[in-house]
Structures are given as structure tokens and as C-alpha cells.
Design a protein around this ligand. Structure first.
Ligand code: FE2
Ligand code: FE2
Length: 165
């Protein structure tokens, strides 16, 4: 089914937000590099790579449906918080924002009767549960580790084991 202009626009905007997410995660990763928390830096870098994949899913959906592909301006990321807890709180808050965006897209696809978009968005609805969970779990662990350097370093090591480049 041909994609309505309003749906094309919303999908292009979300593609922009996923690319922006990659940029935000890379900024958070760079902050961890600066704090010598290499494992956390790695985890955030891999997370950023996944965001690029999310952006490409939107790109492919638009391309497959012969829709117009348009690119959004991506702002410079905000200065990253200067504590590991602050960094992961920022990641968690960002994921909650993205979840809200995905839910708004679902509402829009319902309103404009776009079953293909709805089917496509199902994956993202589930993915966001995972995205919120993984960032929230790290926030909780960092809260528990507060002031305990060896617990922090152990968590850093553990997060550095995440697979990816
Ligand atoms: Fe994403
Ligand atoms: Fe994400």
C-alpha cells in the first residue's frame, strides 16, 4: 500500500532520531573514554552502532514502499554528564523519550490506517522494552556501586564484554 505523506514524514523524522541516538551514545561513550571507563565506553559505542541499524530499518521500510527518503538535521549532542551514573541516567532518559516517539508513531499509523507500518513498528515496540531495561539495569547497578571503586571497576569490566566492534 502506498504510504501516506504524513506517514512518510513521520518515518523520516524517526530515522533522524535513530541516527541522532547513535550520535548521543557516541558522545556518552567519549565521556566514558575520558573517565578511563573503557568497558562502559565500549558498551555505549556498541549501543550507538545498534542505533544506526535502527535508522536503517526505517530507511529500508521507506525504500521498500517507494516512499520519499529525506534527511533531518542532527544537532550536536549535549555535553555529557561527568559521572558514570549521570551518563547512564542520560541514556535511560533518552530511551524513554524514544519509546514515547515509537508509541506516537503507532498511534499515527492506526489513525491513518497503515497496517504495513504497524507491523513494522511492532519490532520497535518490543525493542524499546529491551532498550529501557538494559539502560535502567545499569543505572540501578551504578546506584548500588556508589562510592565503591572496586564495584565500579567490576561493572566496567562486565560491560566491556558486550559483543560488537
Ligand atoms: Fe533505537
Ligand atoms: Fe535505543
Amino acid at each position: 500500500m502506498e504510504m501516506k505523506t504524513i506517514m512518510q514524514k513521520a518515518f523520516n523524522e524517526q530515522m533522524g532520531k535513530e541516527n541522532e541516538s547513535a550520535y548521543i551514545y557516541l558522545a556518552l561513550s567519549a565521556q566514558c573514554e575520558a573517565m578511563d571507563l573503557k568497558g562502559m565506553a565500549k558498551w555505549l559505542r556498541v549501543q550507538g552502532d545498534e542505533e544506526l541499524e535502527h535508522a536503517m530499518k526505517f530507511y529500508t521500510h521507506l525504500a521498500d514502499r517507494n516512499a520519499k527518503i529525506a534527511f533531518e538535521k542532527i544537532d550536536k549532542p549535549k555535553a555529557a554528564p561527568n559521572t558514570p551514573l549521570g551518563v547512564f541516567e542520560a541514556a535511560y532518559e533518552h530511551e524513554k523519550y524514544i519509546t514515547k516517539c515509537i508509541h506516537e508513531l503507532v498511534d499515527l499509523a492506526n489513525k491513518h490506517n497503515d497496517p504495513e507500518a504497524l507491523s513494522f513498528l511492532d519490532w520497535f515496540v518490543n525493542e524499546q522494552i529491551e532498550e529501557e531495561k538494559s539502560t535502567r539495569d545499569i543505572v540501578k547497578k551504578l546506584e548500588m556501586a556508589k562510592g565503591n571503586i572496586s564495584a565500579l571497576l567490576m561493572l566496567d569490566k562486565m560491560l566491556g564484554e558486550r559483543k560488537g566492534d
